[in-house]
Write a protein that binds this ligand. Structure first.
Ligand code: OAD
Length: 233
């Protein structure tokens, strides 16, 4: 690990599974009992805003019952102690990375604790229920929606992510199935730019072949082990 300075870490639902948050592609392909198309598309928001808002209200409320696990804690430790560049890119909409203390991180698929104005793009921290038709404090239009990147929408902060990946010596993917682009393609971009790539996951992801090293197991075990290894203690 001597020649590693710049690290980019991609996390997915698997890192929060041991905290008790359901992954997306569980048995039957349902997300908390719903088809993804019914709760995670712009069309769903237009056709059934009550259902979509209620779905995210429940997910937001459920955050109160979960805590970061050993994998989030280990990445927060890495963030504090890693002397080189580090960026944790999470696809997760929960707040467990930041509650563990990570700061060099971003949410590429949005956040449950945020509302987005569909009229003016203003964002507001949001901890309560968000009924359809809630008014935006910035522009006054009744257009607040959950600040979640739906299928077919552009993930957030892609330029920043691509820049970090192009500079990375090591790309690490944790707890993601590799089923959703553009995140699923980050490993190939990282390899193209010469980075090593490590996958930590319960089972091989769709893009496992692109990694230079693959370790299978629970994130709560593998991530603390790997962080101790790279920090040398
Ligand atoms: P998935 O549910 O597709 O995949 C979760 C991955 O985590 C699977 O490969 C599991 O094997 C693995 N896993 C489960 N438990 C684990 C554990 N304890 N330790 C390590 N790995 C574990 O979730 P994502 O890949 O995050 O998009 O899904 C990507 C995106 O698709 C999500 O961000 C969301 C979704 O639809 C949007 O909301 C736009």
């Amino acid at each position: 690990m001597h020649d590693i300075q710049n690290v980019v870490i991609l996390t997915g639902a698997g890192i929060s599974a041991e905290s008790g948050i359901a992954t997306f592609r569980g048995p039957g392909g349902l997300w908390e009992g719903h088809r993804v198309e019914d709760v995670c598309t712009p069309q769903a928001l237009i056709h059934d805003p009550e259902l979509v808002h209620r779905f995210y209200d429940l997910r937001r409320a459920a955050l109160a019952d979960v805590v970061p696990n050993a994998a989030h804690e280990a990445l927060a430790r890495l963030d504090r102690e890693w002397p080189g560049e580090l960026l944790i890119v999470t696809q997760n909409v929960d707040d467990l990375h930041e509650r563990a203390g990570a700061t060099r991180m971003l949410h590429m698929h949005g956040e449950l604790n945020s509302a987005l104005c569909a009229a003016c793009d203003a964002r507001a921290e949001w901890r309560e229920c968000l009924p359809p038709g809630s008014a935006c404090a910035a522009c006054g239009v009744d257009a607040l929606r959950p600040d979640i990147v739906f299928f077919g929408e552009m993930p957030y902060r892609m330029e920043e992510i691509e820049r970090a990946i192009s500079r990375a010596d090591l790309f690490v993917s944790i707890g993601t199935s590799g089923a959703v682009y553009p995140a699923a393609g980050f490993v190939q971009t990282a390899r193209y730019h010469g980075a090593q790539a490590l996958e930590l996951n319960l089972e091989p992801s769709a893009g496992s072949v692109y990694f230079s090293e693959v370790r299978m197991g629970a994130a709560g075990v593998l991530v603390p082990e790997w962080v101790s290894e790279v920090l040398g203690s």
